[in-house]
Design a protein around this ligand. Structure first.
Ligand code: ADP
Ligand code: ZN
Ligand code: ZN
Length: 741
């Protein structure tokens, strides 16, 4: 007797699978990864087979049969990976498995099978028939001529023949019956459109540094001792070319590759370089694809027709066969961590996947994370490919400006003013008719509004944060929950009509710059102007095509683009990210400033960078200005070791939220009690600490600093699952974040 152990795709934490079902012959081939429709109590649910066994512990009379088999689902390796994610990130098996299933099954829908199309090609007799006097009807002759037109061996689809040649199926059927053409059914795939941005498909000869990097990666692919590499190279040092060359070797070895790129990095530039080099062997998986396109790209990988997958974090689960190489481009990027359940880190998933498959792993960045710096074998690309030098970075002390009131616009409590040096540099760009990028990591017109008479500040009714004024849309917005209200004319507390708009965001800055650099055009890039999918690509394209202009925006402007004619980059309020109460604040600030610096001076005209800040002496800013990633990392690792932060410990964050502050606190305390005693030695438990109210929910946080990751995660998982089955949680939700960012 065959037994299928099935994990139902329901997300209730209390329901612990897998459950046994008897497998009847009529279902045909069912194995690990198969998707089944099974009876479950009185319901029918979709489930995934996680194991096939010979016997069950259940008595035979309690074993029931699945209703039907729905799809082949995922390979056993991917099922294993999905379950690993569920365990590692304290989620449920169902949530983990959804990540590895075909897009059509993952959300609980039913698979709809591939679309078929009929392809036609002439036989040799058919080609000959056109010239040897074989009697052919008018329609048949026309059809044969059309089919014999393309290169030998090429096929045309029946649908296409009908649409543009008026050749009907009947005619094709007759020709086939006479042995003059061959018809076959093939799967038809919808391919996403790749915008051609003129990427070269030719390979430049690699530099010595690039060659050495590729050799090390290929050795890793072939089983060398060191399988995981960090490719540390400044922007423009040719990292992408290394990924392309290594991918080419993988393909020659008959193996596949996964190339992870940051969400925002999915620009035509990045995609089209892979598409130009590898054509249809590349599949793209990202959220902007239509559902059908995504499913088809997935199936091309599953079928082995495509061997390389390029995509954001979810591509770590792509069904690439015979994996030989996994690339994590811009490995420092925050988008690799998933925000919702399961809160997985795609970089860790990629490492696990590569290790299981015996594939080489390469994480590339100009500003690697301390974790990666310490954990992976380093490869360096110390120079820019074109021999270009890194731009000179000048740190401008914004504190001088506060009393001087110089520059454009008014000083504001939260910065955003232009220093006279910055104004001067922009004027030079205007005179030269060149291009500049200005980064201010804060959107909107002004970050808060308050009454000049009584001091009332406008806050979100659902969250403990200030509302941000958006002038063009005439709204006060909460950037956390989306709450919107109209802009008041007067203070609701005292009636005063003098309301102060403090500070500046990108919207206001764009208006200031419009005046400062006119007649040069100003392009604003932030999530307000680029909310539609793909809109940011359009804004970047317009900036690229303009002969001159200024691109202003949030951190979106600092990522991954390559504009040779940018001569000036400016970061305003560079220390804003330093003020976040987060142990990664320094790392983030360093990366942001260094990445933006890398955007400048790629072309022949060279370039410069201005960093305007209230904290010119901050370590992150000094090292970024000196292009000194190594120096920064050395200091940062020292600090982390002293404070026992990652990579010298593992963090697990537990968050309790409730509309009722008292309940959140009470449950947080009982979670703490339940955990105490059950934790492995060397685990520190901090909290409960309050966090600001969000979406009407009060929040409490517990933080664990663990020496032993697995033991701590297991203890947290057991505690959380124990609570989920009991009554204690009433009205309180609990979420666990392993390796919080
Ligand atoms: P990175 O990914 O480190 O920013 P890229 O791989 O995008 O760098 O390289 C920057 C530019 O230099 C690209 O236009 C690329 O085509 C070109 N390039 C890379 N390697 C070479 C090389 N060995 N010879 C000539 N041009 C190269
Ligand atoms: Zn007032
Ligand atoms: Zn809010």
């Amino acid at each position: 007797m065959s037994i299928a152990r099935v994990e139902p795709l329901t997300t209730a934490r209390a329901l612990r699978g897998p459950f046994d079902y008897r497998l009847p012959e009529r279902l045909g081939e069912v194995g690990v990864g198969s998707v089944l429709l099974v009876p479950f109590g009185r319901r029918r649910v979709i489930g995934v087979v996680v194991e096939v066994a010979e016997s069950s512990e259940l008595p035979p009379e309690r074993l029931v049969e699945p209703i039907e088999a729905l799809a082949a689902g995922a390979t056993p390796e991917l099922v294993e990976l999905g379950l690993w994610v569920a365990r590692e990130y304290c989620s449920t098996p169902a949530r983990g498995l959804e990540l590895v299933l075909p897009p059509s099954v993952g959300r609980g829908g039913r698979g709809t099978g591939p679309r078929l199309q009929t392809l036609a090609a002439p036989t040799e007799a058919g080609r000959a028939a056109l010239g040897d006097g074989t009697r052919l009807g008018k329609r048949q002759r026309a059809a044969l001529k059309r089919l014999a037109g393309p290169a030998v061996g090429a096929e045309l689809s029946a649908r296409q023949l009908e649409a543009d040649g008026g050749i009907d199926r009947q005619t094709l059927g007759r020709l086939e019956a006479r042995g003059l053409i061959r018809l076959r059914d093939a799967r038809s795939f919808r391919r996403p459109e790749v915008v051609d941005v003129g990427a070269r498909s030719s390979r430049p000869p690699l530099s010595d540094d690039q060659r050495a990097a590729v050799d090390a990666i290929v050795a890793a692919m072939d089983g060398a001792a060191s399988r995981e590499h960090l490719l540390h190279g400044v922007t423009g040092s040719g990292k992408t070319e290394v990924y392309l060359a290594a991918t080419e070797v993988a393909l020659r070895r008959g193996r596949g590759a996964i190339v992870l790129v940051p969400e925002i990095g999915l620009t035509p530039q990045a995609i089209s370089r892979f598409a130009a080099r590898f054509g249809d062997r590349v599949a793209l998986l990202h959220s902007r694809l239509a559902a059908g396109e995504r499913r088809d790209e997935w199936e091309r990988l599953q079928a082995g027709e495509a061997r390389v997958c390029v995509g954001p974090r979810s591509a770590a689960f792509a069904p690439v066969r015979d994996l030989g190489l996994v690339v994590i481009d811009e490995e420092h990027d925050a988008s690799y961590k998933q925000e919702g359940d399961p809160r997985y880190d795609a970089r860790e998933v990629a490492r696990r996947r590569a290790a299981e498959a015996g594939a080489a792993l390469v994480a590339g960045s100009a500003t690697p994370r301390p974790e990666t710096w310490l954990g992976l074998q380093r490869l360096r690309l110390p120079r820019r490919v074109d021999g270009g030098v890194l731009p000179h970075v000048e740190v401008v002390d914004g504190r001088h400006d506060i009393n001087a009131r110089g520059g454009l616009g008014r000083r504001g409590a939260a910065g955003g003013t232009l220093h006279p040096r910055t104004v001067e540099a922009l004027a030079e760009v205007r005179e030269a008719g060149a291009k500049a990028i200005v980064l201010l990591n804060r959107r909107g017109w002004s970050p808060f509004l308050c009454c000049r008479s009584c001091g009332r500040a406008w806050e979100c009714p659902h969250c403990d944060v200030a509302l941000v004024l958006h002038k063009l849309s005439e709204r006060l917005l909460c950037h956390h929950c989306g709450h919107a209200e109209s802009v008041p004319d007067s203070c609701s507390a005292c009636g005063s009509v003098t309301l102060a708009r403090h500070g500046a965001g990108t919207e206001r800055l764009a208006t200031l710059l419009d005046q400062a650099v006119a007649p040069l055009p100003v392009f604003r890039l932030d999530s307000d102007t680029a909310s539609r999918g793909g809109a940011h690509i359009e804004i970047l394209r317009r900036f690229e095509e303009a002969p001159s202009g200024v691109l202003v925006g949030t951190q979106m402007v600092a990522k991954g683009h390559d504009f040779p004619d940018v001569v000036l980059s400016v970061v305003l309020d560079a220390d804003a990210t330093l003020r976040f109460p987060d142990f990664r604040a320094e790392e983030r600030t360093f990366a942001l400033v260094a990445q933006l610096a890398g955007r400048s001076g790629r072309g022949e005209r060279g370039g410069r960078v201005l960093v305007q800040t209230l904290a010119p002496q901050a370590r992150a800013i000094r090292h970024a200005a000196a292009h000194d990633a190594e120096g920064f990392l050395a200091g940062e690792l020292e600090r982390r070791r002293a404070l026992r932060y990652p990579p010298f410990s593992h963090l697990v964050r537990i968050e309790l939220t409730s509309p009722d502050a008292g309940r959140a606190q009470a449950v947080a305390e009982s979670v703490r009690k339940a955990l105490e005693g059950g934790l492995p030695a060397g685990t520190e438990l901090l909290g409960p600490a309050p966090r600001f109210r969000l979406r009407g929910r009060h929040r409490r946080q517990l933080l664990l600093k663990a020496e032993h990751r697995a033991g701590t995660v297991a203890a947290v998982r057991d505690t959380v699952e124990g609570l989920a089955t009991g009554r204690e949680l009433r009205g309180v939700s609990i979420s666990v974040d392993v390796d919080p960012q």
